[in-house]
Write a protein that binds this ligand. Structure first.
Ligand code: ADP
Ligand code: 5GP
Length: 227
């Protein structure tokens, strides 16, 4: 069996970790790449579970040894996907899921054109701000920086194969499962029609209209907020 590589990107606070956590236990033969990062652990995060937390020196040594499939600077910290996670998934005959930013997604698509990418969108800017606050593990300045970054990240939505607006969590979990399972079935032969239909609802041409007010909610503040 060939390893399918799935990329998930989202502006911080959109609910990506929540969604990924929900599918983690329900989809068999799906491995999760644990990224390396130089940022400090947040809340209950544990080294080797959410991330492998390393120093800048250690990260730069890994870059020199060419251990990364991709790496990027996000919010002033390094983040990277180690090559060995892909090798391990291939050896195990599993699929691999990467939770990485838009820069990393572009690097992976360059190297692995068959990788399937999903962009998770918040329902609008106000809701994203509320979710970032609800999580409230970041300082106010960090929240503001992340909202500004979100406006820029969202502009990359067209580069993704699927776009999932994370409004109602249960619907989003369902849609994400449908995308992963139908893509897997497409590789193996005939996909289930119902799953395929559910996944296809997350194609750009299908949600263009729904996206307009979301994009606008981010543009207004970007223009009005100054620098
Ligand atoms: P991310 O990983 O994208 O930074 P999180 O998964 O940490 O985001 O979610 C940010 C906050 O929003 C959390 O408090 C989470 O419980 C909440 N959240 C996630 N998805 C939804 C949703 N569909 N509806 C309402 N709240 C959500
Ligand atoms: P956070 O600090 O909120 O966990 O993550 C910040 C951003 O870094 C998110 O967009 C997340 O997807 C991204 N990210 C996490 N791991 C990697 C990685 O290995 N490579 C890249 N390029 N981005 C990553």
């Amino acid at each position: 069996m060939m390893t399918n590589v799935f990329i998930i990107s989202a502006p911080s606070g959109s609910g990506k970790s929540t969604l990924v956590g929900r599918i983690r236990d329900t989809i068999p033969n799906l491995e999760f790449s644990i990224s390396y990062t130089t940022r400090k652990p947040r809340g209950a995060e544990q080294d080797g579970r959410e991330y492998s937390f390393v120093s800048r020196d250690e990260f730069e040594a890994m870059i020199r040894r060419d251990e990364f499939l991709e790496h990027a600077d996000v919010f002033g910290n390094y983040y990277g996907t180690a090559r060995r996670f892909l090798q391990k998934a291939e050896e195990n005959g599993s699929d691999l899921l990467l939770d990485i930013d838009v820069q990393g997604a572009a690097q992976i698509k360059g190297k692995l054109p068959d990788a399937v990418s999903v962009f998770i969108m918040p329902p609008n800017r106000g809701e994203l701000e509320q979710r970032l606050r609800k999580r409230s593990q970041d300082a106010e300045s960090v929240i503001q920086r992340r909202l500004e970054a979100a406006a820029r990240e969202i502009e990359n939505y067209r580069k993704y194969d699927y776009i999932l607006v994370n409004d109602r969590l249960e619907d989003s979990v369902d849609a994400l499962k449908a995308i992963l399972l139908s893509e897997r079935q497409k590789r193996d032969g005939q996909p289930d029609a119902e799953l395929l239909a559910k996944a296809e609802r997350c194609r750009l041409e299908r949600i263009r209209e729904r996206l307009q007010p979301i994009l606008q909610s981010f543009q207004k503040t970007a223009a009005g907020g100054g620098k």
